[in-house]
Design a protein around this ligand. Structure first.
Ligand SMILES: [Zn+2]
Length: 742
């Protein structure tokens, strides 16, 4: 039914163009309705074919060629576009060797072969070999130890079995934590080298047929990827906190803290199987088993391996394409949208399936301009380079323009690839209501219901009783907080820009991530084959951009922020309580001799040590702050409702309120940053120090509790409470301003 109205409105609009000067709130809605009729799935497929035709990693010839092609497209569509260049450290492999020397000899192939039916898989002259970027050079030999996912909890399990990795080379499987965490934790435990492999349980034959017969990872497929210590800071390792311009002051390579401290290499399951099969010792616990046809054992040894890697430590030029549509009445307020254009190899799924819709949005927006539309705010569209190495393009740009972005950027909308299925919307909770409203107006290509309605159905179908009830009754579907792993991170967590990360997915599995087989052939056979979800993404993001650019009053909503922070406070309280109960119970079991009584003498496990009881923490400052924020958010919501009809008549006063609102998310930003990692300045959201991609909310408080630094946790409670109080004061001031409008 909705789609019929869209068509009718569009026809009326085309027939009777509206003069820009006459635009009000009504017309903004009409313009975004027209916009949604413009994106064309065929164009999205054409852009993908072009951008993924050859390998286009940072520093490659085709990466630069793509940047220039994207620039030409923006210019052709009338945008004010240019390339902004930085110089970044990007190591590429000079030497890679992995061999087993005992008890038998085996040399890993470290090679992904071309496949006859896949026309771009044979471009080996331009393909980056399989490796992990920002591993240090190294030549090490040692006994092999299998460490499961290589998380801190996996090493606790090894400790209980009396197994040390000191002087050993560990082999970890991909999954559960971000890959950069694996060598970091291995080195903390004394390992001298780290191998990471893709187990078929995760994205290989246990899931579905392997490529080229199916979408999953074949026995030679390797996941490349960065292993820099991104939870400390992303971006160029040599220029933390400043843009990596040619003249920027740089750290020396040997003192760059985000490089690994041990050599690392990723391998396929074809290469991993002989190594794992040669391990002795006890069989692994059930949660450690993959699905290779072997008995999984931990070692150490008798397998001994030799790992040698060496890199060209070059400075490489990086090309961000930055395009602007100048705002008519509020040019100094920006709506920023981005996706990266660089890939590990051909990268049809990652990143082009998100980059191609972004280009189609840009074309469709310029189409609106031809029909008379002028955005009130400035729209900035960016194609990032160097994302794969550690968010280099976006981080350097945000660091370089930090001050300007702080006062101008009202929102950053990111995507990084796209598939078929349900809407994924994560981000700042001040935008939760906004993106719910947008999603109600975009049609799902398969079901023809709104993408909002389909998402609601999926939450109901998958959720717990509590989630089901909430999805049926709460006005807005909840969005999740953002951790890291894409270009939103510097905007949200360093600068404090309200941020959304958007995509569709959930219908298709694949196992080609960061391999040579992520290409047009694979995508057009196994993913969004007719690009209809690419079109839906362009419609969704474009609608959000237009509404944000044209809103009289920036469409933030803070009752959802207060509601969400409330849940975070409960979470950290529960976490502390669980830790108190666990440690009390374990100490009791140790003292009562329970561990000794149930132990299997043939498989000895060490009794844990008695730990200090967990102290109480005073959460009152946080509880009081959230209660005040809830009241302020309710007052602001009422003030917005009452003042809505008066905004147009009070534009100068409203402009001052908007300038205030742009600083809303930034009240949660603390210049001194989080403990141990000052680059991360947002006290609400950060990637986990030991998880990497996945988010830690109230990270200062939560991680101090997790890592048993209780006095630090209490100090962090006070810091977060103060940030929330700043937000409350800002909202009260904005409410008072709105209430004064006549
Ligand atoms: Zn990506």
């Amino acid at each position: 039914m909705r789609s019929v109205f869209i068509c009718v409105t569009a026809i009326v609009l085309v027939a009777a163009p509206i003069r820009p000067a006459a635009q009000g709130v009504q017309n903004a809605v009409a313009w975004d309705t027209t916009f949604r009729t413009i994106p064309d799935a065929k164009n999205i497929g054409d852009y993908m074919r072009r951008l993924s035709a050859r390998p286009h990693h940072l520093g490659s010839a085709y990466d630069k060629d793509n940047a220039e092609w994207i620039l030409a497209k923006f210019k052709e569509w009338g945008w004010d576009a240019r390339i902004e260049t930085y110089q970044v450290l990007f190591p590429t492999p000079k030497e890679r060797l992995l061999e087993m020397i005992e008890p038998t000899s085996f040399k890993a192939s470290l090679r992904e072969p071309a496949i006859a039916v896949d026309p771009t898989s044979n471009q080996d002259a331009e393909q980056l070999p399989t490796y992990n970027a920002y591993s240090i050079d190294g030549d090490v030999t040692g006994e092999l130890v299998y460490v499961n996912y290589g998380r801190p909890v996996d090493y606790e399990e090894l400790d209980r079995r009396g197994i040390s990795v000191k002087g050993a080379i560990v082999i970890a499987r991909y999954g559960e934590s971000w890959r950069g965490i694996k060598p970091k934790v291995a080195a903390e435990h004394g390992a001298v080298g780290c191998i990471i492999y893709s187990d078929p349980a995760d994205d290989g034959y246990s899931v579905d047929d392997v490529f080229p017969n199916g979408p999953m990872r074949n026995r030679d497929g390797v996941q490349r990827g960065s292993v820099m210590d991104m939870p400390s800071y992303p971006g160029d390792p040599l220029t933390p906190n400043v843009g990596a311009t040619a003249e920027a002051k740089r750290l020396e390579i040997k003192s760059a803290p985000t490089l690994t401290t041990i050599p690392v290499l990723p391998i396929s399951y074809g290469d991993a199987q002989p190594l794992l099969a040669a391990l002795g010792g006890r069989a692994v616990p059930p949660g450690w088993r993959g699905t290779l046809p072997i008995t999984y054992r931990i070692g150490p040894g008798p397998a001994r391996v030799h790992l040698r890697v060496a890199f060209n430590w070059n400075q490489t030029p990086l090309y961000n394409v930055v395009a602007r549509l100048q705002g008519s009445t509020l040019p100094d307020e920006w709506v920023v949208r981005g996706n990266h254009h660089d890939a590990w190899v051909n990268g049809a799924a990652d990143p082009v399936s998100g980059m191609a819709p972004e280009l189609e949005e840009a074309r469709a927006l310029s189409e609106l301009v031809k029909r008379g539309w002028r955005p009130k705010r400035t729209i900035v569209y960016i194609a990032w380079d160097g994302e794969e190495q550690g968010l280099l393009g976006s981080t350097e740009w945000v660091e370089h323009h930090d001050e300007e972005i702080r006062y101008k950027a009202g929102i950053y909308i990111n995507s990084d690839g796209n598939g078929r299925g349900f809407l994924n919307a994560d981000g700042s909770h001040s935008l939760e209501h906004f993106i719910n409203e947008v999603a109600r107006d975009v049609e799902d290509p398969d079901t023809k219901m709104s993408v909002w309605k389909r998402l609601q159905a999926s939450v109901i179908a998958r959720g717990t009783a509590e989630k089901r009830e909430e999805a049926r009754t709460r006005a807005d579907l909840r969005i999740d907080a953002l951790g890291s792993g894409s270009d939103y991170s510097p905007f949200l967590q360093h600068n404090g820009v309200p941020t959304l990360n958007l995509s569709f997915g959930g219908m298709d599995d694949d196992g080609i991530y960061h391999s040579i087989y992520d290409d047009f052939y694979h995508f057009s056979k196994f993913s969004d084959v007719d690009f209809r979800y690419g079109r839906a993404l362009a419609q969704l993001v474009g609608t959000a951009v237009i509404r944000m650019a044209d809103a009289e009053l920036l469409p933030f909503q803070f009752t959802n922020v207060a509601d969400t922070i409330q849940t975070y406070v409960k979470d950290v309280q529960t976490l502390l309580k669980q830790q108190q109960d666990e440690i009390t119970e374990r100490n009791r079991q140790i003292e009562d001799g329970v561990f000794a009584a149930v132990a299997d003498p043939h498989r000895p496990v060490q009794t844990p040590k008695v730990e200090q009881p967990v102290p109480a923490i005073n959460f009152a400052p946080l509880e009081n702050a959230v209660a005040s924020l809830t009241r302020a958010a309710d007052r602001y919501k009422k003030a917005v409702d009452v003042s809505a009809p008066r905004l147009v008549a009070n534009r100068p006063a409203v402009a001052a309120i908007n300038a205030r609102l742009i600083q809303g998310e930034r009240q949660f930003v603390e210049p001194s940053g989080l403990p141990k990692r000052s680059w991360y300045r947002n006290l609400l959201y950060a990637p986990g120090y030991y998880t990497g991609y996945s988010v830690k909310t109230l990270p200062g408080v939560r991680e101090a509790i997790e890592q048993k630094r209780y006095s630090e946790a209490e100090a962090e409670v006070v810091r977060v409470a103060r940030a929330i109080d700043r937000e409350t004061a800002l909202l009260d001031a904005a409410s008072a301003d709105l209430e004064r409008l006549k």
